[in-house]
Design a protein around this ligand. Structure first.
Ligand SMILES: *[C@@H]1O[C@H](CO)[C@@H](O)[C@H](O)[C@H]1NC(C)=O
Ligand SMILES: *[C@@H]1O[C@H](CO)[C@@H](O)[C@H](O)[C@H]1NC(C)=O
Ligand SMILES: *[C@@H]1O[C@H](CO)[C@@H](O)[C@H](O)[C@H]1NC(C)=O
Length: 426
């Protein structure tokens, strides 16, 4: 047992070191053009040639407090902090998910996801793949993604963030693109991550490239371990009345809603090699949009072979379209044949609206010159929902009501006075 004195000293030390920690991370917050900005590193990811890493990292570092996130940028770096080429470490995908952690109960977590639409998964606020480096994530003023609002956290819980990061080390790979498309034959797997046999005719996709699987590398290759980190930069402003919150929606082209009435997202699909000279493969899904609002920002997510994607309104108008940017050289951020960015939409606020209950069609286009396995078609949009407008309307309404009451009271008083006057007179 420690004596009360020692306990006191330990306690004091703990407080002091906590305070220094807080100070250190506070000191790392940069302020530029009114935005706060902070650079963080994920836990270490250890890879060797051919290896797949797909891990969940709970309680990652994230700005504290009630804030509006303005951007979330990232890239993979090595131990020296230098950017790593997609030709060596392929960022298949990553997602940053918010959750509520029950204090003192490690396995009690509630996902505090985005606004939809998939019933399971796709609950991230931020997430991309190889396009991470060159895809703008900036949320234009006066909008922001509201997080850390203490009023929304259930009692006994605290808000935290986690990452899922899926990366493939393709150094020395026999067929790097094949590894990145998760071709089952290159991984020599016959079972999925839960030990279930693969579906017959399943030739590629996420069921073949789970954590710890190994893609085929050249014979005699020396296996050299490598540690990398996911480096992410968050920019934000403190929450205030001048920030207008936007909702995050992710539409998935594999959503079965139009056939099943539920948002069952299959996550991945396959593009067959075309038998004709039409090399555009189109996949479509239709959903009914749950809320009305203005589109503030949007971009699509695709894998190898992707040639663009678009969201259409019920009347056929284009809500947003987004195209991949393929790298052309050897430089980091311009890796030939890789999708290094996606174009984004920033409609003039108020110019692109979605109506409540509107039928929205998502189309995802891939080149079918070759077969592609394990592809995806997502569309990420930020919506300023109409539920925020009534704050102003409510103000006007309350003011009106106040005026009405005041007039009524004044009128009653006068009437009363008149009555009294009359009673006196009579
Ligand atoms: C593929 O897996 C089987 C058993 O799962 C194993 O016997 C064989 O050596 C593996 N082949 C390669 C090339 O790793
Ligand atoms: C990667 O890990 C996440 C979290 O455990 C899991 O949900 C997902 O299915 C995994 N993906 C693959 C391809 O194994
Ligand atoms: C090519 O096929 C797609 C269907 O995948 C179709 O939407 C498109 O209109 C076709 N293009 C031409 C030029 O026929």
């Amino acid at each position: 047992m420690m004596s009360p004195g020692t306990l006191g000293v330990v306690f004091l030390l703990a407080i002091v070191s906590l305070a220094t920690c807080a100070q250190n991370s506070e000191a790392r917050v940069k302020l530029e053009n009114g935005l706060k900005s902070m650079v963080y590193l994920s836990p270490k990811i250890t890879l060797h040639p051919g290896l797949v890493s797909n891990k969940t990292y709970y309680d990652i570092e994230f700005p504290k407090g009630h804030i509006a996130v303005k951007s979330f940028n990232a890239e993979v770096v090595d131990e020296a902090g230098d950017p790593v080429s997609l030709q060596e470490i392929y960022v298949h995908h990553w997602v940053a998910v918010r959750y509520y952690q029950r204090k003192g109960v490690e396995n009690d977590r509630i996902i505090a996801g985005n606004s939809g639409l998939c019933d399971h998964g796709r609950s991230q606020f931020f997430g991309m793949g190889s396009e991470t480096r060159k895809t703008s994530t900036y949320v234009p003023d006066p909008y922001g993604i509201e997080v850390g609002n203490p009023v929304k956290v259930p009692v006994g819980y605290e808000e935290k963030w986690m990452f899922d990061i899926h990366a493939i080390d393709t150094r020395g790979a026999v067929d790097a693109i094949g590894c990145n498309e998760c071709r089952c034959n290159l991984f020599n797997v016959t079972e999925d991550k839960d030990g279930m046999p693969l579906r017959p005719n399943y030739v590629g996709g996420l069921y073949c490239c789970y954590d710890g699987t190994q893609c085929k590398v050249k014979n005699g290759l020396q296996s050299v371990e490598r540690n990398v980190y996911f480096k992410y930069t968050v920019k934000w402003v403190d929450w205030s009345d001048s920030v207008i919150p936007v909702k995050v929606f992710i539409l998935d082209v594999t959503d079965t809603w139009q056939n099943t009435g539920i948002h069952n997202c299959l996550f991945e699909y396959e593009v067959e090699k075309s038998a004709t000279n039409n090399y555009t493969n189109t996949r479509r899904s239709r959903v009914r949009f749950p809320t009305a609002g203005d589109v503030i920002y949007g971009f699509a997510q695709q894998y190898f072979g992707g040639i663009g994607s678009a969201l259409y309104g019920e009347d056929g108008r284009v809500i947003c379209s987004s195209k991949p940017i393929y790298g052309k050289g050897k430089n980091i951020g311009d890796e030939a044949g890789y999708i290094v960015g996606m174009s984004t939409c920033y409609p003039k606020p108020g110019s692109v609206k979605i109506a409540k209950g509107e039928s929205i069609t998502l189309e995802s286009y891939y080149s079918s010159k070759k077969k592609h396995t394990g592809v995806l078609g997502l569309f990420y949009i930020l919506i300023h929902g109409e539920s925020n407008v009534p704050i102003l309307l409510w103000g006007v309404a309350l003011f009106g009501l106040g005026l009405f009451v005041a007039v009524l009271v004044a009128h009653q008083r006068r009437k009363q006075n008149e009555d009294e006057y009359q009673s006196i007179a009579t």
